[in-house]
Design a protein around this ligand. Structure first.
Ligand SMILES: [Zn+2]
Length: 247
C-alpha cells in the first residue's frame, strides 16, 4: 500500500478483467509501460489479483520455455495487449501439460494465465476461459515447486529452480550461470532409498546464464535431492527436495 493517488481497483480505464488478463504477461515482463503502471497500481488495492500473481510468479520460467510454434490453438488476432508483447508465450501449453494433475485446481490459475503473443508473428493465443471474479479461490497450486538452489562452487550463481512432477518422473528447470564454458555438467537425483540416478546433462556457458531443463525417470515422491556435478564429479549445485506425499 502507498499513498499514490493512482492506486485503486481500476486505474486508467482498464476493466478488472483486462487487468487480470495482464498478470500472465506481467510475470514475463512482457507488458508495455502504461499497462505495467496500471497493473501495479491496481495490485496495490486488489488482494485477489495479488494472490493470482503470487501463484503465477513461479510459473514464469515455465512459460518462457514454451515454444511458440507448439502453442495450442486457437489463435486470435491481437487485441489491446498484442502489439506490445515482446515474447511468444502460450500459457495454456504449460497448463495443458499439467491439467490432469489434481494439484492444479481448475479455474483461477487458468483464468488469469492469459497467453501472450509471439514476438515476430504477433499472434495472440486466446485467453483461456475467464472465470467470474467472484469465483471461489482454489487451493494453491502445488504441481510446480519453486525451490532455492544452493551453489556449492563460488563461480556458480543460481537462484531458484522450478520442479515439475510429471507422471513419468520429475523435471528441474533452472537458470544459472558460472558453469565452465564447454564443460559437461550432469544432473543427479538421489532417491529416498539412497540411489543416485542420472538427471540429464548440459554444457557450461561460462558467465552467460544457461537455461536448463533436466529430466529424470525418478518420481518426485521418490526424490530427496537434486545436484549438479562437474566432469570431475564435484558437486557444484544442490537442490534439496522436500518430502512430498506420494500421489
Ligand atoms: Zn484485481
Amino acid at each position: 500500500m502507498n499513498a499514490d493517488d493512482r492506486t485503486g481497483p481500476r486505474p486508467q480505464g482498464f476493466s478488472h478483467r483486462e487487468l487480470r488478463e495482464m498478470l500472465g504477461a506481467h510475470v514475463l515482463g512482457a507488458l508495455g509501460e502504461p499497462e505495467t503502471v496500471a497493473l501495479r497500481a491496481h495490485l496495490d488495492g486488489c488482494a485477489s489479483c495479488r494472490a493470482d500473481l503470487e501463484e503465477l510468479a513461479p510459473l514464469a520460467g515455465d512459460l518462457r520455455l514454451v515454444d511458440p510454434d507448439r502453442a495450442p490453438g486457437p489463435v486470435a488476432p491481437p487485441r489491446e495487449l498484442g502489439v506490445r508483447i515482446a515474447r511468444a508465450v502460450a500459457a495454456e501449453a504449460v497448463l495443458r501439460e499439467h491439467r490432469d494433475r489434481r494439484a492444479v485446481r481448475r479455474g483461477r490459475l487458468r483464468a488469469v494465465l492469459v497467453p501472450v503473443a509471439a514476438a515476430a508473428v504477433a499472434a495472440v493465443v486466446t485467453a483461456i476461459a475467464v472465470l467470474p471474479d467472484d469465483a471461489p479461490p482454489p487451493a494453491p497450486a502445488v504441481a510446480f515447486e519453486q525451490l532455492p538452489l544452493r551453489p556449492l562452487d563460488p563461480a556458480v550463481s543460481a537462484d531458484t529452480a522450478t520442479v515439475v512432477p510429471h507422471t513419468w518422473g520429475l523435471e528441474v528447470r533452472m537458470v544459472a550461470a558460472g558453469f565452465g564454458a564447454g564443460q559437461t555438467y550432469r544432473g543427479i537425483v538421489r532417491t529416498t532409498d539412497g540411489r543416485s540416478l542420472p538427471a540429464g546433462e548440459f554444457l557450461g556457458t561460462g558467465a552467460k546464464a544457461v537455461t536448463c531443463n533436466l529430466q529424470t525417470a525418478v518420481l518426485r515422491a521418490d526424490a530427496v535431492d537434486f545436484t549438479v556435478v562437474d566432469s570431475a564429479g564435484r558437486t557444484v549445485l544442490d537442490l534439496p527436495l522436500p518430502v512430498v506425499r506420494a500421489g
